[in-house]
Design a protein around this ligand. Structure first.
Ligand SMILES: [Zn+2]
Length: 245
């Protein structure tokens, strides 16, 4: 497969760059741009450099709906795509919103992963941005695909049928789930299991701690609920009844 070089897509020169080595690369982090599929790498670069003030486009590579691969910072330049994971992680961004990823795009992301493994000579952990930060990125659909092992489209492993939301919520337990101190109980476990089913990275341990609160806040933000990190009746109900968008 071809990688469209920076010169070919008209990239600006980076303000600075820091490189790393293959031994430090241990993970492959998938993102989405959460913008229109017509967005160009140059528009994304301009935003990252002029609005965010970054040295360059944040990602190592980008992939569009047609499956075209664009060079971002490349294989061994430290990116700006996932705080704390820019040296260990190669960041690949799908240009589009949740549900926009095509088979062609997935095929190209998978190809980049295989190419990274070939160059490193060892496998890398497959992650979605939300595995390392409280964010909805790379969207539920792409995230499920990453967690299913990034199966090559058209391969023999069908992707698991995604949950769609819109199922009736069980009765609200009648107490507000919040922390600190850490609250424990079957109600916490039930809510955690449901959030996990929706694609969030959350440990189902029946203990409402900082991770549960982070997921709760990110979910509330995504659904336009009051962002208070507390699972009250509305947040509880939305965990089952809100569509997975
Ligand atoms: Zn991201």
């Amino acid at each position: 497969m071809d990688i469209i070089s920076r010169a070919e897509w008209g990239a600006r020169a980076p303000r600075s760059r820091t490189t790393t080595t293959w031994s430090k690369r241990t993970e492959f982090v998938v993102h989405y741009s959460e913008g229109p599929t017509s967005q160009t790498p140059r528009q994304i670069q301009d935003y990252h450099m002029d609005h965010n003030g970054w040295a360059d486009i944040g990602y190592n590579f980008l992939v569009d709906v047609k499956g075209r691969i664009y060079e971002g910072r490349g294989w061994l330049t430290v990116g700006a795509h996932a705080t704390g994971h820019n040296t260990s992680g190669i960041g690949v961004c799908f240009i589009g919103r949740d549900g926009d990823a095509t088979d062609a795009a997935k095929k190209s992301i998978r190809w980049l992963y295989d190419e990274a493994v070939r160059r490193k000579g060892k496998s890398l952990a497959k992650k979605g941005h939300r595995d390392v930060t409280a964010t909805s990125c790379p969207g539920d659909e792409l995230y499920r695909w990453v967690k299913a092992g990034m199966p090559a489209p058209g391969g023999s492993t069908p992707s698991p049928k995604p949950p769609t939301g819109g199922t009736k919520a069980p009765k609200w337990p009648g107490r507000y789930l919040t922390q600190p101190p850490i609250m424990r109980g079957d109600d916490v476990r039930t809510w955690q299991a449901q959030m996990r089913k929706r694609g969030w990275t959350i440990t189902v341990d029946g203990a409402y701690g900082p991770q549960s609160e982070r997921v709760c806040r990110a979910f509330q933000k995504e659904k336009g609920l009051v962002v208070d990190g507390i699972v009250g009746p509305k947040t509880w109900r939305a965990a089952w009844e809100a569509p997975i968008t």
